[in-house]
Design a protein around this ligand. Structure first.
Ligand code: GTP
Ligand code: SPV
Ligand code: MN
Length: 584
C-alpha cells in the first residue's frame, strides 16, 4: 500500500531510503498516540529526562551533545548554480558538488535507525500565504519539536497532495561530529539537506532553512517577503488594533517584545498586546495595498535564560505544561532552571553534571524551550486567520551598547529600507562563534537570506509602487549602556512606551522632532508615567545623535554596502547621502 497519492513524494521517500538505509520508515500523522509513543521512546533511550510531573506535567528535558548547541553559520551553504546569486552574504557551494559531498555523509547513515517522514505546513492550513514541506529525519526529538513548531501530519499531507509540490528537507543527526556537519540549501530545487546536528535551526528544517532561506528566495521570485520578524497586535483604549512586525537579530528580544505585558498604568487605561508570532513573518501585498502577514510557525522555540516573571510573564506562564526544554539546568526536585529565572540554586547543569558555578552557567546561554503557540496567554486568534493581519509599522533593531537612539522613524519607505539594510548588532550565543562583536545584520537576516543581499534590498524597495499603502518604518535600540555597563533603558514591559509612540505616529496623532537620522519623539509626547528612576534627562540622552559617531558609522555603512558590488540599488546610496548631509 502506498503512503501518499502523490507519486513525486512517494518516489523521493523511496530514493532517500535507498541512500540512507533505515531500519524502518514511519510516516507521521500528528496523532496524540504517535506523540505518546515517541515521548516514551525518547525516555527509554535517555534522550528525554522526565521533569517534575506535579509542577511541569508532560514536560521533558533534552540535553544536546555539548558540541551541538547552536546554529553553525560557517557550515551553512546556499547552493545556487551561479555563485553571484548567493551573494557575499552567504557561503556558496556549487550544487552538484554540494549534493555529492553531503550525500556521501547520508549514505547508509540511518542503518539501525527509524526514518520519520514529516509532512508539515508553514502557516494556517487554509491560508493561501502558507507553504508546505516534508522533512525526513532520523531524530525522534526533531519530530517532537516539529509537532509543536508546525502544523504537521495528515492535514499537511492532504494539502501537499492537492498542491502537488512541497519543499524537500532531508535531515540526519549523523554522528553529531562538528567535522561532519553541513546545512545545505538548494533554493532553485526547493531542497534542504542537513547533516550532523540535532539542534534548533540546524535540524528543525521548517524554521530557518525553509521559512527563511528557501522562503526568502521564493518570496523574491513571487513578489512577497519572508522575514525574521515577530508580529504583535497593539490594541489602544479606543479598541483599535495596530499590527507591528519587528526584526531583531537572534537573541535580541523578539520573543520578549511579542509577548509584552504593558506597565500597570497602560493596562488600566485599556492598552493590550496580543501575540501573532515571535520569530518569522511572511508578508504580501493585499488588494488594499497594505502588507498582510502571517506567522508561518505554530510554536515558539524561545531563549530560556532571562525568561522570568518580571521580564516575560506570558512566556513563563506557558512553560509549566507540554513543553520541551533543551540544555537548561535542573533543580533538586526535577524542575527546569536557567539563569535569571529565580534565586533557587540548581543541582544539575546543561551538560548533565552536578552544578558548580565555577564550570559556568547552569543553563547554556542558547538553551531553549519549545512550546505550542496556543499555550501563550497573549496568543491572538488572528494568528489562525487565513488572510493574515495588516501591518501598520515595521520596526528594525539590534543590540547596540552605544550610538543607536531609542527610537527613530524613517522619512519614507526607501529610507526605511536603508535603516533595515544598515542595522548592525552585537553577536549572541544563538550561533557558534564569538559573542558581543558588532556585525552588520541587515533586517536581522544576515544568517537567513537565501540570496544576494543587494537583490534583497532591491526587492524591498520594489514594494513602493502605485497603489501601495506601506507600513511606517522605525529603528529601535533597547540595549544602550551607561559608563558602568548598565542598560540605560528599562526595556521589557516598558518597551510599550516606545510602541505607543510608534502607533500614535502611524495614526498621525502626534508630531515628531526631526533629526539627521529621522523623526524622533518630542520629550513631552513620550509617556514616562510610573517609570521610577528614569526621567526626561535620561530620555534626552537616549535620543541624542552623536554626530562624530554617526559620521563614522555612515562611512562604515558605505563600505559595507559597497562590498555587495554593482547590484546594490542606487536609491540606498541616495538616502544615505541625504542622512549625511543632514548630519553636517
Ligand atoms: P531568537 O529566538 O534567537 O530569534 O531570539 P529573540 O530575538 O526572540 O530574543 P529573546 O526575546 O529571546 O531575547 C533574548 C535575550 O535578550 C533574553 O535573554 C532576554 O531576556 C533579553 N532581552 C529581551 N528584551 C530585552 C530588553 O528590552 N532589554 C534587555 N536589556 N534585554 C532584553
Ligand atoms: C535564531 O537563532 O534566530 C533562532 C533559534 O530563532 S534557531 O531556531 O536555532 O535558529
Ligand atoms: Mn530567531
Amino acid at each position: 500500500m502506498s503512503n501518499t497519492t502523490l507519486q513525486s513524494l512517494e518516489n523521493w521517500v523511496k530514493k532517500v531510503a535507498q541512500l540512507t538505509a533505515p531500519e524502518q520508515i514511519v510516516w507521521c500523522t500528528g496523532s496524540e498516540s504517535e506523540k505518546k509513543e515517541l515521548d516514551d521512546l525518547l525516555l527509554s533511550t535517555g534522550d528525554y529526562i522526565k521533569l517534575n510531573e506535579e509542577t511541569h506535567p508532560n514536560c521533558f528535558l533534552h540535553l544536546s551533545d555539548p558540541q551541538d548547541v547552536a546554529r553553525v553559520e560557517h557550515l551553512t551553504f546556499i547552493c545556487t548554480e551561479e555563485k553571484e546569486d548567493a551573494g557575499p552574504n552567504n557561503h556558496w557551494m556549487n550544487p552538484q558538488k554540494a549534493h555529492v559531498k553531503i550525500d556521501e555523509l547520508f549514505e547508509g547513515c540511518m542503518q539501525g535507525r527509524t526514518m520519520y517522514v514529516i509532512p508539515y505546513c508553514m502557516g494556517p492550513i487554509d491560508s493561501p500565504i502558507s507553504r508546505c514541506g516534508v522533512e525526513i529525519t532520523d531524530s525522534a526529538y526533531v519530530v517532537q519539536n516539529m509537532r509543536l513548531m508546525t502544523r504537521m501530519g495528515t492535514p499537511a499531507l492532504k494539502r501537499i497532495e492537492s498542491e502537488g509540490h512541497f519543499v524537500k528537507g532531508l535531515h540526519s543527526t549523523g554522528e553529531l561530529d562538528p567535522d561532519r556537519r553541513y546545512i545545505m540549501h538548494f533554493p532553485e530545487e526547493l531542497t534542504i539537506k542537513s547533516y550532523g546536528s540535532g539542534y534548533g535551526g540546524n535540524a528543525l528544517l521548517g524554521k530557518k532553512c525553509h521559512a527563511l532561506r528557501i522562503g526568502s528566495y521564493q518570496a523574491k521570485t513571487e513578489g512577497w517577503l519572508a522575514e525574521h520578524m515577530l508580529i504583535l497586535g497593539l490594541e489602544n483604549p479606543q479598541g483599535e488594533t495596530h499590527y507591528i512586525a519587528a526584526a531583531f537579530p537572534s537573541a535580541c528580544g523578539k520573543t520578549n517584545l511579542a509577548m509584552l505585558i504593558p506597565p500597570e498604568g497602560y493596562v488600566k487605561d485599556g492598552w493590550k498586546i496580543t501575540t501573532i508570532g515571535d520569530d518569522i513573518c511572511w508578508m504580501r501585498s493585499g488588494e488594499d495595498g497594505r502588507l498582510w502577514a502571517i506567522n508561518p510557525e505554530a510554536g515558539f522555540f524561545g531563549v530560556a535564560p532571562g525568561t522570568a516573571q518580571d521580564t516575560n510573564p506570558n512566556a513563563l506562564a506557558m512553560l509549566y505544561q507540554d513543553t520541551i526544554f533543551t540544555n537548561v539546568g535542573l533543580t533538586d526536585d526535577n524542575q527546569p532552571w536557567w539563569e535569571g529565572l529565580d534565586d533557587r540554586v540548581p543541582v544539575q547543569d546543561w551538560k548533565g553534571n552536578p552544578y558548580n558555578p565555577e564550570n559556568g552557567p547552569a543553563a547554556h546561554p542558547n538553551s531553549r524551550f519549545t512550546v505550542a503557540s496556543k499555550r501563550c496567554p497573549s496568543y491572538s486568534p488572528k494568528a489562525e486567520d487565513a488572510k493574515g493581519v495588516p501591518i501598520s509599522a515595521i520596526v528594525f533593531g539590534g543590540r547596540r551598547e552605544s550610538l543607536v537612539p531609542l527610537v527613530t522613524q524613517a522619512r519614507n519607505w526607501a529610507h526605511g529600507v536603508l535603516m533595515g539594510a544598515t542595522v548592525a548588532s552585537e553577536t549572541t550565543a544563538a550561533a557558534t562563534g564569538a559573542v558581543g562583536v558588532v556585525r552588520h545584520d541587515p533586517m536581522a537576516m544576515k544568517p537567513f537570506c537565501g540570496y544576494h543581499f543587494a537583490d534583497y534590498w532591491s526587492h524591498w524597495l520594489s514594494f513602493d509602487k502605485k497603489g501601495a499603502n506601506l507600513p511606517e518604518v522605525f529603528t529601535v535600540n533597547w540595549f544602550r549602556k551607561d559608563e558602568d555597563g548598565k542598560f540605560m533603558w528599562p526595556g521589557f514591559g516598558d518597551n510599550m512606551r516606545v510602541l505607543e509612540w510608534i502607533v500614535k505616529r502611524v495614526a498621525g496623532r502626534v508630531d515628531a522632532q526631526p533629526s539627521a537620522l529621522g523623526d524622533m519623539p518630542k520629550i513631552e509626547d513620550f509617556n514616562l508615567d510610573g517609570l521610577d528612576g528614569f526621567d526626561n534627562e535620561d530620555l534626552t540622552r537616549l535620543l541624542a545623535v552623536n554626530t562624530a559617531g554617526w559620521e563614522d558609522e555612515l562611512n562604515n555603512t558605505i563600505e559595507y554596502l559597497q562590498s555587495f558590488g554593482k547590484r546594490v540599488p542606487q536609491e540606498l546610496y541616495e538616502e544615505l547621502k541625504i542622512t549625511q548631509s543632514k548630519l553636517e
